[in-house]
Design a protein around this ligand. Structure first.
Ligand SMILES: Cc1cc2nc3c(=O)[nH]c(=O)nc-3n(C[C@H](O)[C@H](O)[C@H](O)COP(=O)(O)OP(=O)(O)OC[C@H]3O[C@@H](n4cnc5c(N)ncnc54)[C@H](O)[C@@H]3O)c2cc1C
Length: 407
């Protein structure tokens, strides 16, 4: 067992962890930084894992963020294949398999892991898609053009992989318990999303749960709750993720669907949290939230890294607030959302030949915008959402608006 020390320890070497390291190096190059990652690779991009065409080789070196190599050259110590075992916030120490790492400031960026329901857990040919190795295993499984693929969960990752498979002329089905996929964005969006998949040739089974997996004559099917059998030589489970916090059970941190942090992303003395794993009060929307999207992970990583430096230099941490944002590419259509919905918004829709745009508002106040294409307008509205945005101002940017209520 060895005892190491570092100025800033970062646990989790993906988007948020990398941006935290980058922020520390930028603000205080004299500080030592150690990144603990249980993966064998330097930080790499996850979004291409569901979007890259099946014909294109998935190359982890091409996915590694170029800046990761520069940081390593500048002295950031990336400890790969190393899983943090536990955290002692009293002694400022992370327990590693081969010893301890003591820090002056810690950034936790352990993200999320895929949920695999018990029906599917441990079954051969059942895949989740969260890490590079998941993606290579999945692509090997669907290499046979005759293999049917059933994707359980019609969210963004399931939808993107369905789109990638259809492009490669595979037989693919999307199954979801919800009758309205992406229903939290309202019925119009759910219907547009379903139509996008249906028109592209995806078999849609909505409002249906999988109750069994059966095999006959070497072919596999999933059985739905209404008895329907859906061809499923390969099964992809995309039913959501959960925060990776098991290693923190004895840490004394507060968990509430993620690690609870304050407005500066601080969860305990000398401990900051960033990315998919943090729940924090976002002052822009006056509510506490956890976000599972790339841009927030990067932004929070930078903010947590900067606050780690401020802590060490004895200055006050800065609050972090943002406008949650995501994009998703499916069947050649870019879907984007910015904002924060509570579910009781009214919706104003604009439909043009270029795509569809949905404004969510409570009274005069715009809470979010979702677009199928319509990229230029979306960019403007997303920028305007950084501040309180009135429906009247937002509408000036959108031709042919149509009002519907109930998000
Ligand atoms: C296939 C796919 C496609 C996506 N596409 C989009 C998209 O189009 N748009 C979008 O906005 N978002 C997208 N996302 C979401 C986005 O990639 C995530 O929000 C982002 O990666 C979160 O970054 P993170 O650093 O917080 O966590 P993660 O990326 O989950 O990284 C956490 C890291 O910590 C490691 N770790 C966990 N526990 C430990 C431990 N105890 N010790 C050491 N290391 C540990 C994990 O192995 C992992 O490397 C996609 C995600 C996936 C999986």
């Amino acid at each position: 067992m060895t005892a190491h020390t570092t100025d800033v320890a970062i646990v989790g070497g993906s988007t948020a962890g990398l941006r935290a390291a980058e922020a520390v190096v930028r603000h205080a190059p004299e500080l030592s930084v150690t990144v603990i990652s249980d993966e064998p690779h330097l930080p790499y991009e996850l979004p291409p894992l569901s979007k890259t065409a099946l014909d294109d080789r998935l190359d982890v070196d091409a996915l590694v963020y170029p800046f990761a190599g520069s940081l390593r050259d500048r002295g950031v110590d990336f400890r790969l294949n190393t899983r943090a075992q536990s955290l002692d916030t009293k002694s400022n120490t992370v327990l590693l398999p081969d010893g301890t790492l003591s820090y002056r400031a810690l950034v936790i960026a352990t993200g999320c892991e895929a949920i695999v329901p018990p029906l599917f857990a441990g079954r051969f040919h059942v895949h989740a898609l969260r890490r590079f190795e998941d993606a290579t295993a999945l692509r090997a499984a669907v290499a046979d053009p005759g293999a049917s693929v059933a994707i359980v969960g019609a969210g963004f990752i399931g939808g993107e992989f369905a789109s990638t498979l259809v492009k490669a002329k595979r037989t693919v089905s999307l199954i979801d318990l919800a009758a309205k996929p992406l229903g939290r964005f309202g019925d119009q969006v759910a219907d547009a999303y379903a139509a996008l998949h249906r028109d592209a040739g995806v078999g849609l089974f909505l409002g249906s749960g999988v109750v069994d997996v059966v095999e006959r004559n070497g072919r596999r099917s999933v059985v739905l709750d209404d008895g329907t059998r859906v061809p499923a030589d390969v099964i992809v489970v995309g039913v959501g993720v959960r925060p990776s916090v098991d290693w923190l059970r004895s840490s004394g941190l507060t968990f509430d669907n993620g690690i609870l942090a304050d407005a500066t992303l601080r969860a305990a003395d000398n401990v900051f949290v960033a990315g998919d794993v943090v729940r924090w009060p976002n002052a822009r929307f006056g509510t506490t939230m956890r976000i599972e999207h790339w841009t927030s992970a990067a932004e929070q990583g930078r903010a947590a890294g900067a606050n780690a430096v401020r802590l060490i230099s004895g200055s006050k941490g800065e609050n972090f607030a943002n406008v949650p944002y995501f994009w998703s590419d499916q069947h050649g259509v870019r879907i984007q959302f910015a904002g924060c919905l509570t579910g009781d918004e009214e919706i104003v829709e604009s439909r043009t030949a270029d795509g569809r745009l949905f404004l969510y508002h409570r009274g005069e106040s715009v809470a979010g915008v979702l677009a199928f294409e319509r990229r230029a307008e979306f960019v403007k509205l997303r920028a305007l959402l950084r501040r309180e945005l009135s429906l009247r101002t937002a509408s000036e940017f959108i031709p042919s608006v149509r009002s519907n209520s109930g998000a």
